[in-house]
Design a protein. Structure first.
Length: 166
């Protein structure tokens, strides 16, 4: 349990990486893991995991063949701002971005001069940062993510709180 406590502490106070600097050259290209996302560097807004169903052997095989999977792939999706298939980007749109759109922004979206995905991408890259940990496999990542959703960081994530708080 001490190992998990240390990992949780890394997600609270470890190195903070800006989405504006994406891609992160220090992140392994094949890894299961957990990440915390922060708005303006201090407000905990989201926790996620990557590598669901991946064993340590699956990850090692992907790494050996140079395949990008898991943590890097998931955060890359978030950094792109593309809402299709990315629940985090949908949450950013619905709960953070929409309330700040001007009438002019809305008109530009409606007339296809601008896309919501671009606005989400810009919001993520301008306002959000993340911390991450690598886990041994997807099972460990799921366990840690669940603990954090339930409040292990001292607070619940704003965008994906426990079901009883929605």
């Amino acid at each position: 349990m001490a190992h998990i406590a240390e990992q949780i502490e890394q997600l609270r106070n470890g190195p903070l990486h800006q989405f504006s600097d994406w891609p992160n050259r220090d992140m392994p290209r094949a890894a299961a893991g957990v990440y915390s996302i922060w708005n303006k560097d201090s407000q905990f807004i989201y926790v996620g995991m990557a590598g669901r169903g991946k064993s340590a052997e699956d990850i090692a095989a992907a790494d050996q063949t140079g395949k990008t999977t898991g943590l890097f792939q998931r955060l890359n999706s978030h950094a792109s701002g593309m809402r299709s298939g990315d629940q985090f980007c949908v949450y950013v749109q619905d709960l953070l971005l929409l309330k700040n759109l001007s009438d002019e922004d809305i008109d530009r979206v409606v007339t296809r001069q601008l896309t919501i995905d671009r606005l989400v991408r810009d919001y993520v890259r301008t306002n959000l940062s993340y911390r991450f940990i690598v886990t041994g496999d997807g099972k460990e990542a799921i366990e840690i993510e669940s603990m954090i959703i339930k409040g292990a960081l001292g607070d619940h994530p704003i965008l994906n709180p426990p079901a009883n708080m929605r």
